[in-house]
Design a protein around this ligand. Structure first.
Ligand code: ZN
Length: 296
């Protein structure tokens, strides 16, 4: 019997100032330190909640944090959660060449594996920046010893997305012939569109029932998983506000006061179905999955 669709809670662990909307801001050192402290506190609060509900999750951690906060990385892994990489310093894939991207990935994998005490085999690109413009990244990902990638968001968006990518796991093929197992972000298919209901700003902005509708639709379709994503700072309503423009400010801070209660409802509704991304990846027969060529 096939197991019911797994719900994967994933957390992209980064200090709040690393968000794409703040990429052009200069952040003073004392502010960086405060954001780093709050990142650790918010992550530990999440660990306590996961522990209290017996939930296992996956944490995609920025490599530099393995150096600045090695105990945090070790504690996440020791609690039974998966550690994946969220790049070395949160630069989007677009800013690299294939060679520098490979170096960045290896550096993050080595540092995180050392801090965690277990091998890191999963990757999530900053801002879902594995897209058609960075198709070459699939070849690099296939060649650095990773087990899976989870950077493709099958939606139309101004900053990211591969709208025609499959909504369930597939083999992501690069233009150079490399292939890697892809666990795409959860979407809700409505008419001819995939709606982004996997987490982040959508989790804060949209009614929670839209996320549930997406997960339940994937479940009815027999999908192996529904991949969700969150950030520790999204569970820290008192996080100091970055001086963003009006639209970015709204997108970034809408609904921050509601996230804690929403996560509780999510944990309650899908109790018993939460699994780590690596466990889902290992349960799949990659050779039997459809291929999808990421072409420029
Ligand atoms: Zn990120």
């Amino acid at each position: 019997m096939t197991p019911p669709t797994a719900v994967v809670l994933s957390f992209d662990v980064e200090e709040h100032y690393r968000i794409e909307a703040a990429a052009r801001l200069t952040i003073p050192d004392d502010a960086r330190r405060e954001y780093a402290d709050r990142m650790e506190a918010a992550t530990r609060k999440l660990l306590a909640k996961l522990d209290a509900t017996g939930t296992q999750a996956t944490f995609y951690v920025v490599g530099e944090i393995a150096v600045s906060h090695p105990r945090l990385v070790r504690d996440i892994a020791a609690a039974g959660h998966e550690i994946g990489t969220h790049s070395w310093s949160h630069r989007r894939v677009h800013t690299f060449t294939p060679e520098t991207f490979r170096d960045d990935l290896r550096r993050s994998i080595d540092a995180l594996s050392a801090a965690a005490g277990v091998a890191v085999v999963g990757y999530r690109a900053p801002t879902f920046s594995v897209t058609r413009q960075t198709a070459w990244a699939a070849d690099v990902l296939a060649g650095v010893g990773l087990r899976y990638d989870t950077s493709v968001f099958p939606v139309r968006h101004d900053r990211y997305g591969v709208p025609d990518a499959p909504r369930t796991p597939f083999r992501l093929r690069g233009p150079g012939g490399g292939a890697i197992l892809e666990l795409p972000m959860a979407t809700w298919r409505l008419g001819a569109q995939n709606l982004p209901v996997a987490g982040g700003g959508y989790f804060r902005l949209l009614p929670l029932k839209m996320m549930f509708a997406g997960i339940d639709q994937l479940t009815r379709a027999g999908a192996p998983l529904a991949m969700l994503y969150f950030h520790p700072w999204e569970f820290d309503p008192g996080t100091p506000r970055l001086p963003l423009g009006r639209v970015s400010r709204y997108r970034t801070y809408v609904g921050l006061a509601k996230t804690d209660g929403r996560l509780d409802r999510l944990l309650e509704r899908y109790r018993g179905r939460f699994r780590r991304a690596i466990d889902v990846a290992e349960s799949l027969d990659a050779a039997a999955l459809p291929g999808f060529a990421l072409t420029p």
